[in-house]
Ligand binder design. Structure first.
Ligand code: UT7
Length: 334
């Protein structure tokens, strides 16, 4: 007969306790980007909504930026770093396949040896992390989870490629997720469409790069229109499903915080969702660019810090990108 196994006591609910973010100092205008690509400030603003973005310093790493955001989030949560038992870090730009960026961040943050791992779900990564954190807490495997979305995309884009150079940028955002007396994170709606894996991909692998004698360092390539069409047609459907699963209507929302991919994608989603005009919508992309996994917590922190949205309000968050992958849920804001 099998030996009986004791399991951890489960917790019913989880909530986002706090958010923190880090924006690199250097502001890069459209005019500066256009020095290297055949484009204009007007085209970039009309097609993407981006006016400027932030670039990290050469000596500023994914881990440095993640740590800066996580330190703020942990302070605001009112817990000590030693109480953090899990660090989940979403990124596609950490330059080492191993060890994980999360392990370094967990150490430098001052956790007492927290469980730590990275997830690769591109621009959906933050929402994947939120879903996993809530289930780890509810299942009894974790109590306080730091979820970080961080990217240093400038290391992996070709600044002379007009299809990507104007859109992507650098930054980090982090939340602390912990136990809650009431439901504060709705069911996740997530998935992938691997048939379209080539829509956002790398020009070659690092192995190919080595075998080719170091010709053309791998950079991000994107079939912009393919991704745009998929996002506009499919992601609003997933967002609607996340609302329905949480039993929340678009009218009940205090904020809509989609991945900051392109202002026109956000506007198309607003129309499909029938979002009432008075509900604040994240438009952080205008001054931050597209920071992939970092964009949602960066936008969340800005909306809360500026007073645009009240603490404790109800928000719909949804991420989507390379894979293609997507994930979204309704949350109570910290
Ligand atoms: O975050 C991860 C997920 N990523 C996304 O969600 C991004 C989704 N895609 C997009 O946001 C858009 O596709 C872009 C903003 C990347 C591009 O906008 P678009 O409206 O789809 O542009 P397009 O590629 O259809 O190009 C339209 C025109 C073309 O010229 P013609 O053929 O109409 O004469 C391009 O050659 O604009 C031209 N073009 C440019 N012109 C000036 C393409 N790139 C540029 C540029 N500057 N940088």
């Amino acid at each position: 007969m099998s030996a009986p196994i004791r399991v951890s006591p489960s917790t019913e609910f989880a909530r986002i306790m706090s958010v923190g973010s880090y924006r690199p100092e250097r502001v890069v205008s459209n005019a500066e980007v256009c020095k290297r690509i055949d484009s204009t400030d007007q085209w970039i603003q009309e097609r993407s909504g981006i006016r400027e973005r932030r670039y990290a310093r050469a000596d500023e790493s994914v881990c440095d930026m993640a740590l800066a955001a996580a330190v703020v989030a942990v302070e605001r949560a009112g817990i000590s770093p030693a109480e953090v038992d899990t660090v989940i870090l979403a990124t596609v730009t950490h330059p080492y396949p191993t060890p994980s960026a999360a392990a370094e961040v967990a150490f430098r943050l001052g956790t007492a040896g927290a469980a730590a791992f990275d997830i690769s779900a591109a621009c959906a990564g933050f929402c994947y992390g939120v879903a996993m954190a809530q289930d780890l807490i509810r299942g009894g495997s974790a109590k306080y989870v730091v979820v970080v979305g961080v990217e240093k995309l400038t290391d992996w884009i070709d600044l002379d490629d007009r299809s990507t150079a104007f859109i992507f940028a650098d930054g980090a955002g982090a939340v602390v997720i912990g136990p809650s007396a009431e439901p504060a994170i709705g069911p996740v709606v997530w998935g992938s469409d691997g048939e379209q894996y080539a829509a956002i991909s790398m020009t070659q692998s690092l192995i190919d790069y080595r075998e080719n004698g170091g010709e053309r360092f791998p950079t991000l390539s994107m079939q912009g229109q393919t991704v745009f069409r998929w996002a506009v047609s499919q992601i609003a459907i997933a967002a609607q499903a996340a609302l329905e699963k949480a039993g929340v209507s678009a009218d009940d929302l205090d904020a809509f915080i989609p991945h900051q991919a392109n202002m026109r994608i956000t506007d198309a989603m607003i129309r499909t969702l029938g979002l009432p005009a008075h509900i604040p919508v994240a438009r952080d992309i205008a001054t931050t660019g597209n920071t992939s996994a970092a964009s949602i917590p960066l936008a969340m922190d800005r909306m809360l810090s500026s007073g645009e949205v009240a603490h404790g309000g109800t928000a719909l968050i949804i991420g989507f990108g390379a894979g293609l992958t997507y994930a979204g849920q309704v949350v109570h804001l910290p």
